[in-house]
Design a protein around this ligand. Structure first.
Ligand code: GDP
Length: 194
């Protein structure tokens, strides 16, 4: 769907968030869940230049411009146990700063690892999403790492846990499973906003 995608900015403070009227599609999830891989897969790119969000580096919200018309927003990955306390606080602050900002968020894609039940941090995020009134949906990642039977069982368990009203799909950045559905969600969220 995207013909063009470019890294634009890593924002370390709210005054660096991009607010030029273009809608934002947000990717949220714990560290290592596959956010960067999902963004690359959806954008058909092998990798996207960006300031690395590796532990030890500054915690930032990363903005990618797609087709000059909307932003893909990569939130910092939470739940990385080895971060120093100061970074965990910075992460919470910048993430909240973004989610409570007046940025035109049209969709939040929450990534959960299909292989494991949601973590305590995932559940906190999900609670927030439920209360936020925002449009959100779940990409259950790394589906290729499970057998088809195990993947459908895990998906069913996740659907039961989250409830019928939450859209959930199995996703794999490796095989491309779920890509068309994710792109369809993004497209309709952008159209609804415009
Ligand atoms: P991030 O920290 O959420 O941005 O996670 P990354 O996209 O960097 O992925 C973390 C690790 O999981 C990397 O080694 C990826 O290659 C791997 N990974 C991500 N998505 C998938 C997937 O769908 N399938 C498989 N097999 N590996 C994946």
């Amino acid at each position: 769907m995207f013909k063009k995608i470019d890294f634009v900015r890593s924002a370390g403070a709210p005054n660096q968030f991009l607010r030029d009227g273009r809608p934002h599609v947000v990717f949220s999830g714990k560290s290592n869940v596959g956010k960067s891989s999902a963004i690359c897969k959806l954008a058909n790119r092998k990798n996207l230049a960006r300031v690395s969000a590796q532990p030890g580096k500054t915690v930032t919200v990363n903005f990618f411009l797609a087709d000059d018309s909307f932003y893909l927003v990569d939130l910092p990955g939470y739940g990385y146990a080895k971060r120093p306390r100061s970074q965990i606080e910075a992460l919470a602050k910048i993430t909240e700063g973004y989610l409570f900002s007046d940025c035109p968020i049209c969709l939040i894609l929450q990534l959960l690892d299909l292989r494991h039940p949601p973590t305590a941090d995932d559940l906190l995020m999900i609670d927030w999403l439920r209360q936020s009134g925002r449009a959100w949906a779940v990409l259950a990642t790394k589906a290729d790492k499970l057998s088809p039977t195990a993947a459908s069982k895990a998906l069913e368990a996740l659907r039961q846990q989250l409830g019928e009203d939450v859209p959930v799909i199995a996703f794999s950045a490796q095989s491309g499973q779920g890509k068309e559905q994710a792109l369809a969600w993004i497209s309709s969220a952008i159209m609804a906003k415009g």
